[in-house]
Design a protein around this ligand. Structure first.
Ligand code: PLP
Length: 421
């Protein structure tokens, strides 16, 4: 089969495809794997019950069913939901949004693909622009989203230690360089894979940099604020015309509804809707209609703060306690990133005698599936920084007992690696 450059680029062995294959194969193998690899949200009973109620109400209404399955939405997305969302966000945060500031996409992953290629790549007359990721490590799902190779430029973080076994990445503003070749800046907040939350101050400085260079700051709020609020530290919900805020219904518990929400200046939403029309014709209505009553009542915010956030916070605290206990004080050097949000522990084993990929393989052989940290540095030049081969991402969204068992096995295996050294 002969393929175009596009075809070749998107069928090459992308990090995310090999990772998804590996996770999928491990799951399909039927072994009793402890799954701490993927980003699937947990199943929260209160959310599921509310979704069931909404579905039951919708199924009784002929006009709702027609809207749900019988009508193509405009490329910008379901109009009534967009209007309700703009109204709710204005009521709550005074953002001054019009419906023209919001577009829906089939999952936020699709929004990133469109946005990255809108702002990064070939600008004609020999000019190429990149997407700047000011704080590596960053979400692996960005890595292969560029139609052109080399779309991302990432910056190594500052590392500060927050206790004997805890550290935090911070943006190294001395190293962040926005130039005429920067098309946009992008951060996930909270960050997948680390659970870091870029502070309000860091966000304001990034916004100022974006403003000074007249490029957008893309804030990936898939886990963040105002919803779904998988946040264990304060983070102010922020939007203005310099920012493209990308939200998602996935981590609220609706990943299969494939609903991404983009909030941006009107010309950006217009351009994005145009691309969405070509790529998708229309965005599916299902997520918008499911979330519509939650948005109208403001419940989406209260459920996020009072149900979703505490659910993940409790899981995080249990996972941290188990891991601290399993590693103990006297064993090898180990750290975890300060868990400030999302659903991951980011473990760092300085000077580990094997790479994180080898550790991943040894853990898989023991029935524990995690993700090797080396995948999460898209756009960071290969500069011999060994930190990128010393970390693991561990998802704690699933059953607490299984997560605890998995963490104990990780601790045991790391100690075994050191004993063999
Ligand atoms: N952004 C981040 C940081 C993520 O972790 C994910 C999924 O895991 C996404 C975006 C994409 O999510 P979705 O396409 O389900 O909205």
């Amino acid at each position: 089969m002969k393929l175009s450059a596009f075809g070749r680029k998107f069928t090459a062995d992308a990090g995310i495809t090999s990772l998804m294959d590996d996770l999928g194969n491990a799951m399909a193998s039927g072994d009793d794997m402890i799954m701490m690899g993927g980003g699937n949200p947990g199943h929260i009973p209160e959310i599921q019950q509310r979704v069931q109620e909404i579905l039951a109400d919708m199924s009784r209404s002929e006009s709702d069913v027609r809207r749900l399955v019988g009508i193509y939405d405009p490329p910008q997305g379901e109009k009534q939901f967009i209007a309700a969302l703009a109204e709710m966000l204005n009521r709550e945060y005074n953002w001054g949004l019009k419906p023209e500031n919001i577009a829906l996409t089939n999952g936020s992953q699709a929004a990133f693909f469109m946005l990255f290629n809108m702002f990064g790549g070939d600008y004609g007359e020999g000019q190429r622009k990149h997407i700047l990721l000011p704080l590596a490590p960053e979400y692996i799902g960005y890595a292969d989203a560029g139609i052109e190779p080399g779309l991302f430029h990432a910056v190594q973080p500052d590392i500060s230690f927050t206790d004997a076994h805890e550290f935090k990445y911070r943006v190294d503003f001395d190293a962040v360089e926005v130039t005429g070749e920067t098309g946009a800046i992008c951060v996930s907040r909270p960050t997948n894979p680390t659970g870091n939350v870029v502070t309000d101050d860091e966000l304001a400085r990034l916004e100022q940099l974006a403003r000074d260079h007249d490029v957008p700051l893309i804030v990936d709020g898939a886990y963040g604020t105002p919803f779904p609020s998988l946040l264990f530290v304060d983070a102010t919900p922020t939007w203005n015309e310099q920012i493209i805020l990308c939200l998602s219904l996935s981590k609220l518990g609706l990943p299969a509804a494939r609903t991404g929400i983009v909030i941006a200046a009107e010309p950006i939403i217009k351009a994005l809707s145009g691309i969405n029309a070509i790529v998708n014709l229309a965005t599916g209505s299902f997520g918008a209609m499911l979330a519509d009553p939650l948005v109208r009542s403001g419940e989406i915010l209260s459920l996020s703060r009072e149900v979703v956030c505490p659910f993940y916070k409790a899981k995080m605290q249990k996972a941290v306690a188990v891991f601290r206990d399993a590693m103990g004080e006297d064993s090898c050097r180990w750290y975890l990133h300060k868990p400030e949000g999302a659903m991951f522990l980011w473990l760092w084993f300085p000077d580990l005698p094997i790479t994180s990929l080898e550790l991943y393989q040894r853990l898989k052989a023991r029935g524990v599936l995690v993700v090797s940290g080396h995948y999460f540095f898209p756009g960071l030049p290969e500069d011999g920084w060994k930190h990128r081969h010393e970390c693991l991402r561990v998802t704690y969204s699933q059953d607490d007992e299984r997560v605890a068992e998995g963490l104990r096995i990780i601790a045991d295996e790391v100690k075994a690696v050191w004993r063999e050294a």
